[in-house]
Design a protein around this ligand. Structure first.
Ligand code: GTP
Ligand code: SPV
Ligand code: MN
Length: 591
C-alpha cells in the first residue's frame, strides 16, 4: 500500500509486539467497509437496524464498564514531568512503554489487525495532518470511516517521506484495571489499550486532534481547540463565523446546528464543525481561520429530538452507528431519553436487557446510557456549511467560551480585550457530565473546555494563547465572549430556554463585533443592556432577564478564591498576564 519507510518500519515493530494473526489495510472503499459491516453483524459486534427506516445504520453496545472517556487513566508521557504539567497524569516514557509493551504483547493473537490511514482535515489542506491507526476492532474502523477521511488517498498524500501520528489501539479484553490511554507527544505516538469506547479509541479525535495537535500547535504556531465552528447568515445573506468552546456534553453540537426561532426568520446557522477546531492566522489578511479536522459527528444522543436539534437528528437517519442507546424491537429502530415522550414497550435497554420500556422509564430507569452516542457523517447534516471542505478554513469573528454554571456566570458577557478574553477562558468552570467517567454535576475548573485535552503543561498553553493574540492586530483578532445557557432558578429550573433561542445571544455577540450595540461595563466584562437582547415571543419575565444578566459580588468573590487555588498549582510557570488579570478582576469586583 505504501513505500513510506517510516510507516513500514513502524508497522514491523508493532506487528512483532501485538502478533496479529491477520493484517488488513483499510483502503476506504465502500466494498471493503460493507464486508466489514457484514462481518461485525455475523459476530454480534454490531446489529443491523431497520434498513428501510434507517438505511445503512447499525447498533453497537460497549462493555458496561466502558462507556465514557477515562481521564484518570489518560497519560501524557513527556521526558520531563513539568512538561506535562499538574493537570495531566504523567509517567516517564521509558517506564510507560515497558508497562504497555507487556500488556500489548500478543494482544492481537488470533485477531485481525486493521491498518487505517486517515487525515484530520481535508486531504491535502495546509491545515491537515495524517495519522495511521492500528486496531483490532471493526467498530473502530467503521467509526473512523465516518469521523475522518480514510484510505488510499491519505497514503498518497503522505507520500514516501511524510510524517504521521502513530496510533496503536487494542481492545484486548476491555479490562478496566489495565485500561490506558497514553500519549507520547515527543514521539508523535498514541497507545490505547483495553477500551472500545469512542473518545478512548477513535484516536483521531481527542487523542490526536486535541492532545497531540495542541502540542504540535504550540510548537508550530497554531491552535487545536475543543470548539464548534458555525456560520451565521443574516437576512442580507452575509455570513460570519463563530467558534465556541464548551466542555463535553455542554451544548456544542446543539449550538453548531441551531435553528433560529420563528421570530428571527431570515437568519440561518451553517455547521462547519461540532467539536474540534484547528485555527491558524492567515498571513494574507492577518485574521484567524478555522477548519474542522473531523468528517463526522460523535454526538450525545439523549436530549436530541426534533425540537431540540432537528438537524442532528436528521443527520442520524442514514449511514449512522448508534452506541449504547436503546433498541425499539417493534421495528428495530432506536430510542433514547428525550427523543420523544413515547418509550417503546418492547425495548432492549443499553446493557442488552429486554424490558417493557414504558414501565422501565416510568420507574425511573434509563433505557439509553446518558453518554450514548451517534456517529453520523457530517454530509448528512441538512445545515452543513458550504465551507465545510474548504481547505483554507473560515475566518473567525468571535470566540465564545461557556459552561454549565447554576449561578455565577451571566447569560452572556464580552471580554475587555484579547488578554482579558484569554483570562475568561482560563477561568472557565463547569459542572461535570456523563461524557467522562466519575461524578456528575460537580463544578470543576475547565480552562477553554480543554482540561482533559491539553497535551502539555496548561500554563504554557495559556502562554500560547497570549502569544497568538500578539500576532494579530486588535481589530483583526476575534472578539471573546462567555455564555451560560445553564443558569438555574431557586427551584433548580433552567432560567434560559436555550437551544434555538440561543440565536438571540449570538445576534448580540455579532452586533458587538460589528460595533452596532452598546453594553454595560461590569467588573467581569461587558454585559448586554436588557433592551439589546431580543426576547420577543419568549415567555420570560423582566425579573428573570435581570437575574440572567446579573453579576453578583458574593458569587464572584467565592469564584476568585477558587481561581487563585487553581492557578497556584502552576507555580512560576503561570504567565504573568494571568496573575495581572486576576488581580485586576479582584480590584474591580471589590471597587
Ligand atoms: P460532546 O460531544 O461531549 O463534546 O458534547 P457537546 O458539547 O456537543 O454537547 P451537546 O450539544 O451534545 O449537548 C449535551 C447535552 O446538553 C444534551 O443533553 C443537550 O440536550 C443539552 N443542551 C444543549 N444545549 C442546551 C441549551 O441551550 N440549554 C439546555 N438546558 N440544555 C442544552
Ligand atoms: C467529549 O467527551 O468531549 C466527546 C466525546 O466529544 S469523546 O469522543 O468520547 O471524547
Ligand atoms: Mn467533545
Amino acid at each position: 500500500m505504501t513505500n513510506n519507510k517510516k510507516v513500514l518500519t513502524w508497522l514491523e515493530e508493532m506487528k512483532a509486539l501485538v502478533k496479529p494473526s491477520n493484517i488488513v489495510w483499510i483502503d476506504g472503499s465502500e466494498e471493503q467497509l460493507e464486508a466489514l459491516r457484514a462481518e461485525a453483524v455475523s459476530t454480534g459486534e454490531m446489529i443491523k437496524l431497520n434498513q428501510e427506516k434507517l438505511p445503512g445504520c447499525y447498533y453497537h453496545r460497549t462493555a458496561e464498564n466502558d462507556v465514557a472517556r477515562v481521564e484518570d487513566r489518560t497519560f501524557i508521557c513527556t521526558t520531563k514531568k513539568e512538561d506535562a504539567g499538574p493537570n495531566n497524569n504523567w509517567m516517564a516514557p521509558a517506564e510507560m512503554y515497558a508497562k504497555l509493551k507487556a500488556l500489548y504483547d500478543g494482544s492481537m493473537d488470533g485477531r485481525t489487525m486493521y491498518i487505517i490511514p486517515y487525515s484530520m482535515g481535508p486531504v491535502g489542506s495546509p491545515f491537515s495532518k495524517i495519522g495511521i491507526e492500528l486496531t483490532d476492532s471493526i467498530y473502530v474502523v467503521l467509526n473512523m470511516a465516518i469521523m475522518t477521511r480514510i484510505g488510499t488517498p491519505v497514503l498518497e498524500a503522505l507520500g514516501e517521506d511524510g510524517d504521521f501520528v502513530k496510533c496503536l489501539h487494542s481492545k484486548k479484553d476491555v479490562n478496566p484495571d489495565e485500561r490506558y490511554i497514553v500519549h507520547f507527544p515527543e514521539d508523535n505516538a498514541i497507545w490505547s489499550i483495553n477500551s472500545a469506547y469512542g473518545g478512548n479509541v477513535l484516536l483521531g479525535k481527542k487523542c490526536f486532534a486535541l492532545r497531540i495537535a495542541s502540542y504540535l500547535g504550540k510548537n508550530e504556531g497554531w491552535m487545536a481547540e475543543h470548539m464548534l465552528i458555525l456560520g451565521l447568515e443574516n437576512p442580507q445573506g452575509e455570513v460570519k463565523y463563530i467558534c465556541a468552546a464548551f466542555p463535553s456534553a455542554c451544548g456544542k453540537t446543539n449550538l453548531a446546528m441551531l435553528i433560529p426561532p420563528e421570530i428571527l426568520k431570515g437568519y440561518k446557522v451553517w455547521t462547519v464543525g461540532d467539536d474540534i477546531a484547528w485555527l491558524r492566522i492567515n498571513p494574507k489578511d492577518g485574521r484567524l481561520y478555522a477548519i474542522n479536522p473531523e468528517a463526522g459527528f460523535f454526538g450525545v444522543a439523549p436530549g436530541t429530538s426534533e425540537k431540540t436539534n432537528f438537524n442532528a437528528l436528521e443527520a442520524t437517519k442514514k449511514n449512522t452507528i448508534f452506541t449504547n442507546v436503546a433498541i425499539n424491537n417493534e421495528d428495530k429502530t432506536v430510542w433514547w431519553e428525550g427523543l420523544d415522550k413515547n418509550p417503546p414497550a418492547d425495548a432492549t435497554e443499553w446493557t442488552g436487557k429486554l424490558v417493557n420500556g414504558k414501565d422501565f422509564v416510568a420507574q425511573g430507569g434509563k433505557l439509553a446510557h446518558p453518554n450514548s452516542r451517534f456517529t453520523a457523517p457530517a454530509i448528512n447534516c441538512p445545515c452543513i456549511s458550504p465551507e465545510f471542505e474548504n481547505p483554507q478554513g473560515v475566518p473567525i469573528s468571535a470566540i465564545v467560551f461557556g459552561g454549565r454554571r447554576a449561578k455565577t456566570a451571566p447569560l452572556v458577557y464580552q471580554a475587555r480585550d484579547w488578554e482579558h478574553g484569554v483570562f475568561v477562558g482560563a477561568t472557565m468552570a463547569s459542572e461535570t457530565t456523563a461524557a467522562a467517567a466519575g461524578a456528575v454535576g460537580v463544578v470543576r475548573r475547565d480552562p477553554m473546555a480543554m482540561k482533559p485535552f491539553v497535551g502539555y503543561n496548561m500554563a504554557d498553553y495559556f502562554g500560547h494563547w497570549f502569544e497568538m493574540g500578539k500576532k494579530m492586530d486588535a481589530d483583526k483578532a476575534p472578539k471573546i465572549f462567555h455564555v451560560n445557557w445553564f443558569r438555574r432558578g431557586d427551584e433548580g429550573e433552567f432560567l434560559w430556554p436555550g437551544f434555538g433561542d440561543n440565536m438571540r445571544v449570538l445576534n448580540w455577540i455579532l452586533d458587538r463585533c460589528d460595533g452596532k450595540v452598546d453594553a454595560k461595563e461590569t467588573a467581569i466584562g461587558y454585559v448586554p443592556f436588557k433592551e439589546d437582547l431580543n426576547t420577543e415571543g419568549l415567555d420570560i419575565t423582566d425579573e428573570v432577564m435581570d437575574e440572567l444578566l446579573s453579576v453578583k459580588k458574593e458569587y464572584w468573590t467565592e469564584d476568585i478564591e477558587n481561581q487563585k487555588e487553581f492557578f497556584a498549582q502552576f507555580g512560576d510557570r503561570l504567565p504573568k498576564e494571568i496573575s495581572d488579570e486576576l488581580k485586576a478582576l479582584e480590584e474591580r469586583i471589590n471597587a
